[in-house]
Design a protein around this ligand. Structure first.
Ligand code: ADP
Ligand code: UDP
Length: 231
């Protein structure tokens, strides 16, 4: 496991319809224990918009026949910032920096944990995670959301979709496309995908609520999830 770990935490994990405070506490305890084992370890947590983003975007969409894409993104960004502020508080003294809102400006951290939120319209927090991985020279992003694996198609729309253990960036792009729409539901967003591919990064997509599985990933044991890239 790398000394610096980039956790791209989907909003569905941090802020689902009802926030699961016990889960947040358990996740904090697990991450804290991992950090305590080695003084050189660090964590960057990038937090998605979750239910508040979708709820507020839906409210705005309800008022407009043709809602502005940028407004939808800004609403989503503000939700990521609220969720990130919550995560920063949950991490307590491990996190000494303010929540990051421009990933291009940050190249170091004071604490053991850095928490980041959305930056500007045009992509999701997956892209912000890629920019932070680039700045901190981390080769892998752990993308944690509400799915156990990436499937051959969206399993919620296609019942014949099969789970995949690994795939290349090219295969992933063929499946999830190249264009961005606010609130888009894909395991990794298309803009982030192109940048991750260009940088030769790896992404492990896994279920963020399964802490036993997360432990397996952190400690290099066999895990349930999908490896995308690096080719
Ligand atoms: N090929 C695919 N494999 C798995 N899930 C997919 C795929 N394509 C689309 N999805 C959708 O992506 C969703 C996960 O993305 P998202 O809801 O944005 O997660 P998060 O909010 O946790 O980042 C799944 O619930 C699923 O509906
Ligand atoms: O840098 C960013 C991050 C987020 N968003 C917007 O905020 C929404 C919620 O963020 P994200 O998709 O990362 O949250 P998640 O789907 O993981 O809950 C996105 O759909 C975008 O509309 C954005 O425009 N720029």
């Amino acid at each position: 496991m790398d000394k610096i770990q980039i956790l791209d935490l989907g909003g569905s994990i941090v802020a689902p319809e009802v926030i699961d405070t016990k889960f947040l506490q358990e996740m904090r305890d697990f991450l804290q224990a991992w950090l305590e084992e080695d003084k050189e370890r660090k964590l960057i947590l990038i937090i998605g918009g979750g239910a508040p983003a979708r709820k507020y975007q839906a409210a705005y969409k309800g008022t407009e026949a043709d809602p502005a894409t940028e407004e939808l993104d800004w609403i989503g960004i503000m939700a990521t910032r609220l969720n990130a502020q919550l995560m920063k508080a949950v991490m307590g003294p491990l996190c000494l920096d303010d929540v990051v809102t421009d990933p291009t400006k940050v190249k170091s951290m004071k604490g053991r944990v850095l928490v980041a939120a959305g930056w500007k319209p045009g992509f999701s927090t997956d892209y912000d995670a890629v920019l932070l991985a680039e700045n901190f020279k981390a080769p892998t992003i752990l993308n944690l959301s509400n799915i156990k694996k990436v499937y051959s198609a969206d399993p919620n729309l296609d019942s014949s979709a099969v789970p995949l253990d690994s795939l290349s960036w090219e295969e992933y792009q063929r499946m999830c496309g190249h264009t961005w729409t606010p609130g888009k539901n894909t395991p990794f967003d298309p803009i982030a995908t192109q940048k991750a591919r260009d940088l030769g990064l790896k992404v492990i997509a896994a279920d963020g609520r399964d802490l036993a599985n997360l432990k397996n990933i952190f400690y290099g044991h066999e895990y349930t999830g999908t490896l995308i890239g690096p080719e």
